[in-house]
Design a protein around this ligand. Structure first.
Ligand code: AP5
Ligand code: MG
Length: 216
């Protein structure tokens, strides 16, 4: 099963994909994390992507589409995956459909996690992430057991550079512009399901699960 999670920055795409990874068995593929790994590793791709990622602009398609298609052609994604952060434009959605069709596969479901913009700004300013294992926390809604330390691996937590207020504004602007056309694209294909991303994480997970199981 190939699933796309759509949602504005801070909607909870990463939180939900991580939560549902074990029960669905679907690998979590996130373009934002792939870029951050490359930036940390100092690769050529990371160097090209860094100014875009840190300022909150979209990384150009020439870099992003190839990276994503390469990732989903790896063996762990042969039976499907949960895509988080891709596609973000119609061009990317079409490239993904084309690549999957070439392998006799397709996107099965697209889940839009909807959250009001004010709540997103608040969530992003309180987010702390683990640079080692990728776990995501929030000062208010999901604090780590020891402040500043990852519950899973004990690493020191960091705030993402693109969670600074100017970058958050840019990310919201860019993503708001692209969201409606993408929702329309998947709605027209009859694949779109909307899950409210507000309320406790477990409640959101129930709504996402219902979409996955085709109950909504
Ligand atoms: P990416 O890393 O994907 O960033 P994003 O889309 O801005 O999304 P986030 O990761 O910020 O939010 P999320 O929805 O995963 O929320 P989370 O679960 O963390 O992309 C980064 C950058 O890479 C882009 O800006 C761009 O430059 C580049 N890029 C990536 N993909 C690209 C593409 N396809 N094309 C071009 N460029 C691309 O939750 C947020 C916070 O809220 C956390 O603190 C969490 O604990 C908390 N939280 C979660 N759920 C709840 C809840 N229900 N209630 C209260 N708090 C909650
Ligand atoms: Mg994320």
């Amino acid at each position: 099963m190939y699933v796309v999670l759509l949602g504005l920055p801070g909607a909870g795409k990463g939180t939900q994909a991580a939560l549902l990874k074990d029960e669905t068995g679907l690998p979590h593929v996130t373009t934002g994390e792939l870029f951050r790994e490359n930036i940390r590793g100092g690769t050529d791709l990371g160097k090209q992507a860094q100014p875009f990622v840190e300022s909150g602009r979209l990384v150009p398609d020439e870099i992003t589409i190839g990276m994503l298609l390469d990732r989903i052609s790896q063996p762990d994604c042969a039976g499907g995956c949960m895509l988080d952060g891709f596609p973000r434009s119609l061009e990317q959605a079409r490239a993904l459909d084309e690549a999957l069709a070439g392998k006799g596969k397709r996107i099965d479901r697209t889940i839009y996690i909807s959250v009001a913009t004010d709540e997103l700004v608040c969530r992003l300013s309180g987010r702390w992430s683990c640079p080692n294992c990728g776990a995501v926390y929030n000062e208010t809604s999901r604090p780590p057991r020891t402040p500043g330390i990852c519950d899973n691996c004990g690493s020191r937590l960091e705030q993402r550079k693109d969670d600074r207020p100017e970058a958050v504004r840019t990310r919201l602007e860019v993503n708001l512009k692209n969201l409606e056309p993408l929702l329309d694209y998947y709605r027209t294909q009859g694949k779109l399901c909307e899950a409210s991303g507000e309320g406790p994480v477990e409640e959101v997970a129930r709504a996402v699960r219902a979409c996955l199981e085709g109950e909504r």
